[in-house]
Write a protein that binds this ligand. Structure first.
Ligand code: 3H9
Length: 706
């Protein structure tokens, strides 16, 4: 029997309920209805004594259907489906593989036993979506594995491996061979046994021996410390707490009420927005989707500095043979040492098996001539950030590499099209803008120029997935997307300091907003000399006739480049990273204010928040208008991954939608009217405000071009 995405077959006395709803067997309404119908049929079927629930494809059920969470949850209710399974008088065994998550694990917890393939991962990740388990997870998981461990899993939201699940008693057996057969065997063995102790929902208080109050208090303290913004985690703990003693029905009702509260809240809307935005952002653009991707089997990297080395590490870690060249022999030697040290430390920290670390280090070869790049499929250039240098490198690369090899530049500020035109293959040239440190940061801006061909773009988008990066296609304009916005944000921070705020105050306000660090600590970490060099080198960094803050220049003139020199906007103890007050910068700021004739005023925290963050939103509107970012969600992902914009606020543009585009526009306009030329409202922002349109509606309304 087949009922939409769920089928039922009976073989040798065992009914198999099979969910088949690609790609991840999410519990859509049809799946819930299908399981319910199949279960009823299996229960009524006299030829079946026991039941196995399993799933086709790459995974068991990976959770509720997130796409359905913005509307009413239509019947059947998942709690009723799980109850039908749990109260069955025929034993029901779940056969688990892949990622058994959220509602998938809740379904499995309703079964009387669970077997799992050895690679299976199991978890309740709802809090990572701003939700709590809503189908009995907070009730049943503590009864399966104890309160302490269940709270860990629910509060962290991270899955555990099958081996640990077996040790904890969450699964009964690990299976390496035929999973359905093993589940069937176990189900048969349970026929005629007392199933009552296996019904976790109605099991007696499962916390015997555990100090409930102490465990709950520790979980609450942990959330207050690590996730102070997380309403969902607090609600999850409350749900677990009430589930310890309440009757089953009351416990499930309370859990569902808390789930619904979370679902209606801004945190879940933001995190679910991020979930889909992260998946949309890495899609190959429609115009390149049909192109053939070139297999990229060997890669070359030019430049042995921090960036080149980091990029080589990324490729080598993905098992891609990588050649690295630097024209300076000392830099080549340092690159070898740096790459080896990186993989050694990965092994020492247990992040890589020793053999894997050795193999990765061996995948990177340092070469002393660019001629060695003849066989590579892709080159990433990470040479000095100067146009003349880049043009020379690209001319050489054009000569030494195969004509069909893709040539990428890691520039963060230079014109990629000008670089492409220096070669005889402009269609095979693009930007790959890695973020620092390259091995750690997931974000990768893939910069296309008007000349970039579909095949080169497709090849690099596909490759980014292989190397574990979020590769987002952006247009070619000064600063691309990430830096162009961050420059506006940092600029406002500096103006605010000129006007009377302190670097400490600006950073504190933005950290309180949810940024991992403020703009001044971030600049100190990145190295002030880098931006100083660019300000001197690149005219767009200092447009004539517009307000310019020279504070950072004055700091650099004293040789203070941030963390690496122990002084920058802040002071650092030897080798330390904690920003400490730097009185000499205060004196320098005072002098600059006098020079500018500015008498310092008290700057309200609200003004700092608005000017820094609305500057981001305003610039984003320009980027969308100019077609440099394909969708608002791409910008949200770039800011969350590149700069730590709080995911639970959904990125700058989801956040702007939530607080109101018209409000943002009004405030930007007010600051502009008060004399800040940089905060002139972007035309798109003004139009959106006038017509009541949100960023999330721009694509549907075709207000932005791709
Ligand atoms: C829940 O269960 C609530 C219950 O407690 C209560 C209910 C009452 N729904 O990530 P991928 C799509 S909350 C809908 O690229 P991977 C995804 O959008 C849920 N769609 O693959 C993508 O679509 P597209 C708790 C989903 O192999 C495609 O599947 N569960 C869902 O790297 C492939 O996804 C979770 O939070 C979903 N639940 O990773 C699990 N999941 O191809 C969330 C995926 O159109 N999901 N899609 O872009 C994941 O963590 C990963 O997707 C997973 C696979 C590990 C499963």
């Amino acid at each position: 029997m087949s009922n939409g995405p769920v089928s039922l077959t009976v073989r040798g006395g065992c009914a198999h309920v099979v969910v088949d709803n690609p790609p991840v067997n999410a519990l859509s309404r049809d799946v819930r209805a299908g399981i319910e119908t199949a279960m009823r049929a299996a229960l009524a079927d006299r030829s079946a004594d026991c039941i196995v629930i399993r799933a086709a494809g790459r995974t068991f059920v990976a959770g509720g259907d997130i796409g359905e969470f913005d509307g009413p949850l239509l019947p059947p209710d998942m709690n009723d489906v799980v109850a039908l399974v749990e109260t069955s008088d025929k034993p029901v065994v779940a056969a688990l593989h892949g990622t058994v998550l959220g509602g998938g694990l809740e379904l499995a917890l309703g079964c009387h036993a669970r077997v799992a393939a050895s690679e299976t991962r199991l978890g309740l990740p709802e809090v990572t979506l701003g939700l709590i388990p809503g189908a009995g997870g907070t009730r049943r998981l503590p009864r399966a594995i104890g309160l302490r461990k269940a709270l860990d899993m629910i509060v962290e939201g991270a899955p555990i491996r099958a081996g640990e699940a077996r040790t904890l008693g969450l699964v009964d057996e690990i299976v390496d061979g035929d999973l359905p057969a093993a589940a069937e065997t176990l189900a048969r063995s349970l026929v005629g046994t007392d199933l009552a102790p296996r019904r976790l929902g109605s099991a007696a208080r499962a916390t015997a021996g555990e100090d409930v109050d102490a465990i709950l208090a520790a979980a609450r303290a942990r959330v207050a410390q690590s996730w102070p913004w997380s309403t969902a985690r607090r609600a999850a703990i409350e749900s677990v707490a009430q589930g310890v003693d309440n009757e089953l029905d009351a416990a499930l009702a309370r859990e569902r009420a808390l789930f619904e509260q979370c679902r209606a809240g801004g945190e879940s809307k933001a995190l679910i927005h991020m979930f889909f935005a992260e998946r949309d952002a890495v899609r190959v653009p429609a115009w390149a989707a049909a192109a053939n991707a070139m297999p990229i089997a060997r890669v070359g990297v030019v430049g042995g500095g921090t960036m080149g080395r980091g990029i080589a590490i990324v490729f080598a870690a993905a098992g891609i043979p990588t050649l690295l060249h630097d024209s300076n022999p000392a830099a080549r030697a340092a690159a070898r040492v740096g790459i080896d040290a990186h993989f050694k430390s990965q092994a020492e920290r247990g992040r890589l098996a020793p053999e894997a670390a050795q193999a990765a280090a061996a995948a990177a070869t340092i070469v002393d001539s660019l001629d060695a790049f003849a066989p590579v499929d892709l080159v990433v250039e990470a040479a000095f950030e100067q146009m003349a240098v880049k043009l020379e490198v690209f001319r050489q690369l054009d000569r030494v590499t195969r004509p069909d090899a893709v040539l990428a530049t890691n520039t963060s500020t230079l014109d990629v099209e000008a670089i492409a035109r220096a070669t005889g293959r402009p269609d095979n040239v693009l930007g790959m803008h890695f973020f620092s440190p390259a091995p750690v940061m997931r974000l990768l801006e893939i910069v296309r120029t008007p000349l970039t061909g579909a095949s080169a773009l497709r090849s690099v988008v596909d490759l980014s997935r292989r190397i574990g990066k979020t590769g987002i296609v952006v247009g070619n304009a000064f600063g691309f997307v990430a830096n162009r916005m961050i420059f506006e944000y940092q600029r406002q921070g500096e103006f605010l300091v000129e006007e009377g705020a302190s670097p400490e105050q600006v950073d504190r306000v933005l950290v309180e907003f949810g940024m991992p660090m403020g703009p001044f600590a971030m600049a100190d970490m990145a190295g002030l000399d880098v931006a100083w060099f660019l300000r001197k080198e690149i005219p767009q960094m200092r447009p004539a006739g517009r307000r310019y803050s020279a504070l950072a220049d004055h700091i650099c003139e004293r040789g203070w480049f941030g963390q690496k020199t122990g002084r920058g906007w802040f002071r650092y103890e030897a080798g330390g990273r904690k920003p400490l007050p730097h009185p000499e910068v205060d004196a320098l700021v005072d002098a600059e204010r006098r020079r500018l004739g500015l008498s310092p005023r008290t700057v309200a925290d609200e003004e700092i928040r608005e000017r820094c963050l609305f500057a981001l939103v305003n610039e984003a509107a320009r980027l969308l208008d100019e077609g440099l970012a394909a969708r608002p969600g791409d910008i949200d992902v770039i800011y969350a991954q590149g700069f730590g914009f709080p995911r639970w606020r959904g990125g700058p543009l989801h956040w702007a939608d939530a607080i109101g585009v018209a409000h943002v526009h009004r405030r930007v306009e007010a600051y502009h009217d008060a004399g800040d030329p940089w905060l002139q409202p972007a035309p798109l922002l003004a139009r959106m405000a006038a017509e009541g349109v949100k960023f999330s509606e721009l694509e549907r309304k075709a207000w932005i071009r791709r």
